[in-house]
Design a protein around this ligand. Structure first.
Ligand code: NG1
Ligand code: ZN
Length: 554
């Protein structure tokens, strides 16, 4: 049994994975994210931290995911996953940043000791870690660095390598490993277990309903392609995928003009799908690690592109859950709520607020997830398509003990129970969310057009502004208002007041070195103009170089 910190081993490995000079790493809303070539030392150190986190929790299995999600192929990243499949606890984010930025091996060892002391960690505890990566070319070498960290801190068996898989599968593995054989058992801790669980729930939910039409899925030329191929085998004859953007070989294609982020930011159809969609036919896009989902279709009348984003998914799913809870005879016994961020389209918020409680929280999955847990059933989605539904322990117990008094109540209760299995409550999951959408559409007999008609999105625009120091941007009111730089918010307010249905806010990105400006207004022109005016304001206030001022900023 290990009783002391294996300092010599740590030193030796740390020398192999030196921190690049003059780089400052920050554990943001999605872990560390930057060019893959810069991340060797960070990976090694996160291996060590994952081991320490597990020891701090008495040997519970911790997850490590190596991915940069929807970002360009050259980027990579790493995030730690806590035992129930949730994001790393906030206080440990600062430990991560602290270890990642130690300039030398000596400083690294000192910082490790400080983490052990501050975290009250007993080094003699066992450590268990499961890790995986997406399809990025830099992934294999980075995983090797991570493995050095796991070995150096004495993780059991050097950790469990789950290979190349999606972010949601990794979260599922963490949760199932830690809950196996407990009352919160979440399924078989294997990738096959994950597919089988989803497939069984899907079959139960679609039974007796017309089969959904074959669905075109844009896999962003990423790991989602593997996941869709593997899952398809489990649902033959029940559900058919037509995967596109599945090229994992050609360099540079990951997320390139493909995937959920492309669809959301360009508000257009991925070029590879052009000419493949008939009017009214729906299609879906995953992002590079398959935790985000966007739907879209071409209007039957005008052939115009129509996007069904995270807000539309939330509205569809929440509406259906309300109906099921009522039909089950459980109205008033389960509180349903929706959680959004400031990026949610104003029309979606209005639509939802008329029907159920809606909460707005700061950007970042952990905030959404946490707020959703306050409800009996909490639906959360970011507009970009990342989201899921969480069920409280009380709700799960109630569903299992409920005695329905009519056949209709029995059916609705059974559907709710199956939905708790179809939904990956640990994290946003493109595959599970896609199946959820398809089940709801099949239940309602809805086409994409009918789904889209619930409300009309306000035209909106998201703009990035490069500023010398984004840490100067401080916000309040769930990021909807700036408190610093002092005086800027008043200027934004004055601009917004000039636009009908105008809304705009500014915040520093947690994943990129930039400030984001969001604006929406009554017309496309007005939304664009407002966004570019606010962007110009931010650029000038930050003392941006007039020679480099983007020409679209007004
Ligand atoms: P930042 O870079 O902090 O805006 C982006 C997304 C978040 C979230 C994270 C993690 C937008 C505007 N922001 O965060 O919603 O998904 O990435 O991936 O979409
Ligand atoms: Zn992602």
């Amino acid at each position: 049994m290990q009783t002391d910190l294996p300092e010599e081993v740590l030193r030796e490995y740390s020398e192999k994975h030196k921190k690049p000079e003059s780089v400052n790493f920050a554990y943001g809303t999605a872990g560390f994210r930057t060019l893959g070539e810069r991340l060797d030392s960070v990976m090694f150190r996160m291996g060590v931290l994952a081991g320490l986190r597990s020891k701090a929790l008495g040997g519970k299995t911790i997850g490590v995911m190596v991915t940069a999600s929807h970002n360009p192929e050259a980027d990579n990243g790493v995030k730690l996953v806590d035992p129930m499949g949730e994001m790393l606890e906030q206080s440990w984010e600062s430990y991560a940043t602290y270890l990642a930025n130690a300039e030398t091996t000596d400083e690294f060892i000192t910082n490790v000791q400080a983490v052990i002391y501050r975290g009250g960690i007993s080094i003699s505890q066992p450590a268990n870690v499961v890790y995986a990566r997406d399809t990025r070319p830099s992934g294999a070498a980075l995983v090797a660095a991570l493995e050095d960290g796991l070995k150096a801190i004495g993780v059991e068996g050097g950790g469990w390598n789950a290979g190349v898989t999606t972010t949601p599968v990794l979260h599922y593995l963490v949760r199932t490993t830690n809950t196996k054989g407990t009352p919160e058992d979440y399924g078989e801790p294997s990738e096959e277990g994950y597919y089988s669980k989803l497939a069984a729930a899907l079959k139960a939910l679609l039974s007796g309903k017309p089969s959904p039409p074959p669905l075109i899925v844009d896999c962003a030329n990423g790991v989602g392609a593997l996941s869709v191929a593997a899952f398809s085998k489990h649902v033959e004859g029940v559900f058919q995928f037509q995967p596109t953007n599945t090229d994992l070989q050609t360099p540079g294609l990951l997320n390139f003009k493909a995937g959920a982020d492309f669809v959301k930011t360009s508000q257009s159809i991925p070029p590879a799908l052009q000419g493949k969609l008939s009017a009214g036919q729906r299609a879906a896009s995953f992002d590079g690690d398959a935790d985000r989902l966007m739907y879209f279709y071409l209007d039957d009348q005008t052939s115009q592109f129509r996007m069904l984003d995270g807000d539309k998914i939330a509205a569809l799913v929440a509406g259906h859950l309300v109906e099921l809870v009522n039909a089950a005879g459980l109205a008033g016994r389960i509180e349903l709520g929706v959680v959004q961020t400031a990026y949610a389209n104003g029309s979606s918020t209005k639509f939802l607020e008329k029907r159920l409680p809606v909460k707005c929280v700061p950007t970042g999955v952990k905030h959404l997830h946490h707020a959703a847990e306050a409800f009996g059933i909490g639906v959360y989605f970011e507009a970009n398509g990342h989201g899921t539904v969480v069920f409280s322990k009380e709700t799960l117990a109630l569903l299992n003990s409920h005695q329905p008094s009519t056949p209709e109540q029995t059916k609705a209760t059974e559907d709710l129970i199956q939905l708790t299995k179809l939904i990956n409550s640990a994290v946003g999951d493109a595959l599970s969310d896609l199946l959820l959408v398809e089940v709801v559409l099949a239940s309602k007999g809805y086409t994409a057009t009918q789904w889209n008609s619930s409300y009309s999105d306000l035209p909106n625009r998201l703009v990035k502004v490069l500023v010398p120091d984004r840490s100067l941007y401080k916000t309040t009111d769930a990021e909807r208002k700036l408190t610093e730089p002092v005086g800027l918010q008043e200027k934004i307010d004055a601009l917004v007041a000039q636009y009908e249905a105008g809304r705009s806010f500014v915040r520093a990105s947690g994943t990129e070195d930039a400030v984001r400006v969001y604006a929406e207004a009554g017309t496309r022109e007005a939304a664009d103009e407002l966004a570019f005016k606010v962007a110009g304001l931010v650029y000038d206030e930050a003392g941006g170089d007039p020679a480099k001022r983007p020409k679209e900023f007004i």
